[in-house]
Design a protein around this ligand. Structure first.
Ligand SMILES: [Zn+2]
Length: 189
């Protein structure tokens, strides 16, 4: 069975993350959550729920500042503090790092590697944000997912994300994946 890799960014969010977890549990599949460190600190129970359900938790920096608009010292601290917020709560170091807005910056990549994290971007975006982030459009984009894809979605409300729209079609998307012989799995480390 071909594998696909589902990733959810910008959480945890007390309203939306539990609904994503329920949908994943119902489908019996695993995903990776790229969490924001300060959100992780605010939602320790939710963090432990993600971890204990067998999903992976990745580092999405401490407060999701744009990688290009801060000093290199602050940028490195964003990566380090994001990792620490995760390990403080779940007791395990994140293995993956995803830069905010997908913008790679050399000093942040270097810091992630020092923390033992591998950089993970994506090759399919649900575009579950902004003016295109309506359920029918999200569904169409997700219908194109094929084996080996890394899929970007959002469970956190951070700025203009639309987890409300994503959740309208997430259970259906998960059923379609399984019907098409695709299995949502943890990223290989
Ligand atoms: Zn993000």
């Amino acid at each position: 069975m071909d594998r696909v890799f589902l990733t959810f960014d910008d959480g945890p969010d007390p309203e939306w993350t539990p609904q994503v977890l329920d949908a994943l549990a119902h489908a019996g599949v695993k995903a990776t959550f790229f969490v924001i460190g300060q959100q992780a600190q605010r939602t320790p129970d939710l963090m432990r729920r993600i971890h204990s359900a067998g999903h992976a938790v990745g580092n999405h920096t401490f407060s999701h500042r744009h990688p290009w608009f801060m000093s290199s010292r602050t940028a490195r601290a964003q990566v380090r503090d994001g990792a620490k917020a995760i390990s403080d709560v779940v007791g395990a170091e994140p293995k993956f790092y995803r830069p905010p807005h997908g913008r790679e910056r050399a000093c942040m990549t270097d810091e992630a590697h020092r923390c033992g994290e591998q950089v993970v971007l994506w090759n399919v975006s649900a575009i579950d944000w902004g003016p295109l982030g309506a359920a029918d459009g999200i569904e169409k984009r997700l219908d194109a997912v094929k084996g080996g894809d890394i899929v970007l979605m959002h469970d956190g409300q951070n700025k203009h994300n639309r987890p409300d729209q994503l959740l309208k079609i997430l259970p259906l998307f998960l059923r379609k994946l399984s019907d098409r012989g695709l299995r949502a799995s943890l990223l290989p480390s």
